[in-house]
Ligand binder design. Structure first.
Ligand code: SF4
Length: 393
């Protein structure tokens, strides 16, 4: 059966910047696997020198319990790049001889259980620029209109998430409403009393909970205490910067706040100091971040949710894990911008693009975050730090 296709409207607008790319994907220190079909084509090339050169750039490694061919890196760069930065395969043989990953990136076509999603990876700077440009469509994805089952829980959830994202309210209020609904839904499911009618009831009204969260936000009731905030932002920093910190602007990773985050042993008062410092940075940078885009958080979540399969394909059957997979990188993007503003005293649109694509690049589209969430189920208790979502823009 053909799956209904959700297609990013910007897909056809994308053009690789190639030699003009500010941070090309051939130098990103990623694991770039080469599919067996491509290796077989390289093995039959008539030009023996070129054949040996290409095959010499491959290594056989084990990944996820199976052996794969992988491109060798020299430092962060692919060894098949010419000295002038051009891809040798592309230049000498044409795009048809590239491995599938290189041929398709940043385009992604992913089949979830009930949907196919055709999208672009936000880890490419040109994709991030397109997504946050003033002319990008307000609704990022074209969605099929037919074949929707009104009793399909995934469709009910998706409808709810879409309406919340489109609500005219601060992003923080919208994120809190989604978090609260997921917490309640999960609680009922754990008690084995989540019915279809109950789900429809939870998802039926968007306006009232959004208005209530907006009121709480504006009256200051949706603010975490400093220690909770310090613990939350430490988690956000650690999750998104472990391992590949060099991917992130050095002004962010070398900042006094980053050094505080990285200190291993922390007391309660250390966390409280961190929470207070983040609050100071956020308040100082809020207007500058808002000037970059009218709704950066809503735009990011609208693309990230659908691209990662939320809510119609929850990770490990866990909607909260899938939700956090998008919200934690968003939190880091904001933290990045707040620290950057503190370092340089201003922000420009390119800073938002950099914050997005560099965050997405940390570990090949942030799958590290997903693994961390699944391995640390305590993170799934959203209600403990819902006030921290009130600090989002
Ligand atoms: S990161 Fe994007 S724009 Fe840059 S070289 Fe790769 S695909 Fe092209």
């Amino acid at each position: 059966m053909d799956l209904p296709v959700y297609r990013l409207k910007l897909l056809d607008d994308f053009r690789c910047l190639a030699g003009d790319c500010p941070d090309d994907c051939c130098g990103s220190d990623w694991h770039i696997d080469v599919d067996g079909e491509t290796v077989a084509r390289w093995q039959t090339l008539e030009d023996a020198t070129l054949r040996e050169r290409l095959l010499g750039a491959l290594e056989r490694v084990e990944a996820d319990g199976r052996e794969v061919w992988r491109l060798v890196m020299a430092g962060r760069r692919c060894t098949l790049q010419d000295p002038d930065g051009l891809c040798m395969v592309h230049a000498r043989l044409g795009p048809g001889f590239l491995g599938r990953v290189c041929r398709e990136y940043p385009r992604q076509s992913r089949d979830f259980t009930t949907r196919r999603v055709e999208t672009l990876a936000l880890s490419c700077p040109e994709v991030a620029r397109l997504v946050f440009s003033a002319t990008a469509p307000a609704e990022p994805f074209a969605r099929p209109e037919t074949g929707r089952d009104p009793d399909d829980p995934a469709a009910i959830l998706e409808n709810f998430v879409g309406r919340v994202l489109r609500a005219r309210a601060p992003a923080a209020a919208r994120v809190v409403v989604m978090a609260r609904m997921l917490v309640e839904m999960s609680r009922r499911a754990a008690e084995d009393r989540l019915t279809l009618d109950g789900l429809k009831g939870l998802c039926g009204n968007v306006r009232k909970p959004v208005e209530a969260a907006t009121r709480e936000l504006r009256s200051g009731r949706l603010r975490p205490d400093s220690e909770t905030a310090g613990r939350f932002w430490t988690l956000v920093y650690r999750l998104t910067s472990v391992g590949k910190k060099e991917r992130i602007d050095a002004r962010v990773t070398g900042s006094p706040l980053a050094r505080m985050f990285e200190r291993e042993e922390k007391s309660e008062s250390d966390y409280a100091a961190l929470g207070t410092e983040v609050k100071r940075l956020r308040e100082a940078a809020t207007n500058a971040v808002r000037a970059l885009h009218p709704d950066p958080a809503g735009r990011y979540l609208a693309v990230k949710f659908t691209s990662s399969g939320f809510p119609f394909a929850p990770f490990a059957d866990n909607y909260i894990a899938a939700f956090l997979f998008a919200v934690l990188p968003l939190s880091f993007i904001q933290l990045y911008l707040w620290i950057l503003y503190d370092a340089k005293g201003s922000l420009e649109p390119a800073d938002l693009v950099n914050a997005v694509y560099q965050t997405e690049r940390i570990d090949a589209h942030s799958w590290r975050i997903y693994r961390y969430i699944v391995d640390n189920p305590a993170i799934l208790h959203l209600d403990r730090y819902e006030g921290c979502f009130g600090e989002l823009l």
